[in-house]
Design a protein around this ligand. Structure first.
Ligand SMILES: NC(=O)C1=CN([C@@H]2O[C@H](COP(=O)(O)OP(=O)(O)OC[C@H]3O[C@@H](n4cnc5c(N)ncnc54)[C@H](O)[C@@H]3O)[C@@H](O)[C@H]2O)C=CC1
Ligand SMILES: O=C(O)[C@H](O)CS(=O)(=O)O
Length: 485
């Protein structure tokens, strides 16, 4: 039973340090995906509220940018501690609005804190350069300065950790932020606003606005005081934002859609591959941008893999994420289930065999059975379309070259995984895959120390790693003469 979340359930927007309602008084209902019941409301804000949030963020930026790196680092460490001190409450809120199991929600909150801690440390390492001057009487400096007001637009599938990957580096660099969480999962983002206030970030450093996505998005993309758009979500929306941001030449970071391949070679450790496959497919009920979308298994190990993988998938415990032991919750909404049903029907029409699952769960609502489909073929929609659900199509391949070609046959390039016991094959395949992130004999790879991001139409920029803060800094070259040297 969820009992601790209410303290963070903010039903208002945070603008310039004030918790306010929409100008019109309009609200949006927030629904628990597990029950279909309303859990609360949030303001339906629009352009006017967003404009005020941008202006508040800019006013605060004028002073916040002058804080020392050490000051910012200490504030971020306090934010890390506050998140961890409230991990259970924040996890309950996350499960309530998004549906994932409490265990996964706790993991996401922990990951959020880990990203904040990483950028607390990175805040003090935004080094510039002193360059040997070509002129005897001049000195050359290269400095790093905070970009300014940034706009962070986040998805419903990881409403906390996706924000951490944006707010963390922004505040570390000396930027201020206007955040637009997904309307399906606004409370985690609003809780971030409350936590930032609680630990002492100045009023206006973090502003959180909920409401009509396109209205808020247009204001964020068009307002001249917003210097950067950082977005996590679908490639379709990412392209809209890139185009709109062009009008004022804003910097953009885009973490977009995926179509992850998972290759299993005959020489793989089968038990390890099955364990990695379950983790890489069914985390968050398959609703992650780096979930495996296509399994490619070499002919010699195909039947054994399908048998063990489907048996493991069938054992997953399905239910309301707030219940103890639940491993897979509901999909986010009815539309998501209908998309999954379409893709499964297409596969069956084109010769796919349902080995386990393949239909809505007996719990009803937006629960769907963990599904494995064998005899998958490249003519199926799975090959090109992101499933974003607990369905695993398993394709067979003969040669290493064929596997890499099949894996790369997509406009996406976010994450890829493969299992092999052969070192030479590991390097050939790692270097042949056109993806921003590759798991070798591992199905879970995300960590703050590493740069998260994709190639091709999976995005621009990186989040995490030492690269993650660079997107929030501007480089300035200074040539100093008249020194009488
Ligand atoms: N590359 C990555 O790290 C990740 C990518 N994704 C991708 O996101 C998708 C699922 O998440 P969704 O939230 O459904 O994606 P979405 O693209 O529909 O929405 C993402 C965010 O953009 C907002 N939005 C939608 N239209 C907008 C507009 N015209 N202007 C401004 N904001 C707008 C939404 O309200 C939400 O806050 C999948 O394609 C998934 O692959 C999700 C998580 C991580
Ligand atoms: O939204 C997502 O899919 C996340 O990027 C996945 S992860 O960062 O939690 O691995």
């Amino acid at each position: 039973m969820l009992q601790k979340y209410s303290q963070f359930m903010k039903e208002a927007n945070l603008i310039g340090g004030e918790w306010v309602q929409a100008d019109s008084g309009a609200t949006i209902d927030v629904i628990n995906p597990a029950t279909g019941l309303k859990i609360g409301i949030v303001p339906k804000s629009g352009r006017a509220e967003t404009k005020r949030a941008i202006e508040a963020a800019n006013q605060t930026f004028l002073s916040y940018r002058k804080t020392s790196a050490l000051e910012r680092s200490k504030l971020l460490r306090k934010l890390h501690d506050a998140i961890m001190d409230n991990q259970d409450s924040l996890a309950e809120l996350l499960t309530l609005e998004q549906g994932k199991s409490l265990a996964e929600a706790k993991g996401e909150v922990g990951a959020s804190a880990a990203y904040v801690l990483w950028f607390a440390e990175e805040a003090r390492r935004t080094y510039g350069d002193v360059v040997p001057s070509p002129w005897a009487d001049r000195r050359i400096l290269v400095t790093k300065e905070p970009t300014g007001v940034i706009a962070a637009i986040t998805p419903w599938n990881f409403p906390s950790s996706m924000l951490a990957r944006k707010i963390g580096p922004a505040l570390a660099a000396g930027c201020t932020a206007v955040v637009k969480p997904a309307s399906q999962t606004p409370y985690s983002g609003l809780a971030w606003g409350a936590l930032c206030e609680e630990v002492g970030f100045p009023k206006g450093a973090v502003n959180v606005v909920t409401g009509a996505a396109s209205e808020i998005g247009d204001e964020l993309c068009e307002h001249p005081l917003v210097k950067k758009i950082t977005f996590t979500g679908s490639t379709e929306v990412g392209k809209i934002l890139i185009a709109k941001a062009a009008s004022t030449v804003k910097k953009v970071s885009m973490e977009l859609g995926g179509n992850a391949p998972f290759l299993v070679f005959d020489d793989a450790n089968l038990e390890r591959a099955v364990e990695g496959a379950i983790a890489a497919k069914y985390r968050n009920s398959g609703q992650t941008c780096i979930c495996t979308n296509r399994f490619f298994v070499q002919a010699g190990i195909y039947d054994a893999f399908v048998e063990k993988f489907s048996a493991a998938a069938a054992k997953l415990k399905i239910g309301d994420g707030s219940e103890a032991g639940v491993q897979q919750g509901p999909l986010i909404d009815e539309k998501a289930v209908e998309k999954v049903e379409e893709l499964v029907a297409d596969a069956k029409e084109k010769g796919g065999t349902i080995v386990t699952g393949g239909k809505r769960h007996a719990l009803g609502g937006s629960f769907y059975e963990p599904t494995v489909i064998s005899n998958a073929s490249p003519v199926m929609r799975f090959m090109k379309e992101e499933i974003f659900g607990p369905v695993a199509p398993v394709f067979k391949f003969e040669s290493e070259e064929e596997a890499v070609d099949l894996a790369n046959d997509t406009e996406y390039g976010l994450a890829a995984y493969f299992y092999t016991g052969d070192l030479g094959r590991a390097f050939r395949v790692m270097e042949g895959l056109k993806y921003g992130m590759v798991g070798v004999n591992e199905g879970i790879i995300t960590t703050p120390e590493a740069p998260f991001g994709g190639m091709k139409e999976s995005g621009l920029g990186r989040e995490g790693g030492h690269q993650g803060i660079e997107d929030y800094l501007d480089t300035k070259y200074v040539s100093i003469g008249g020194l009488g040297l």
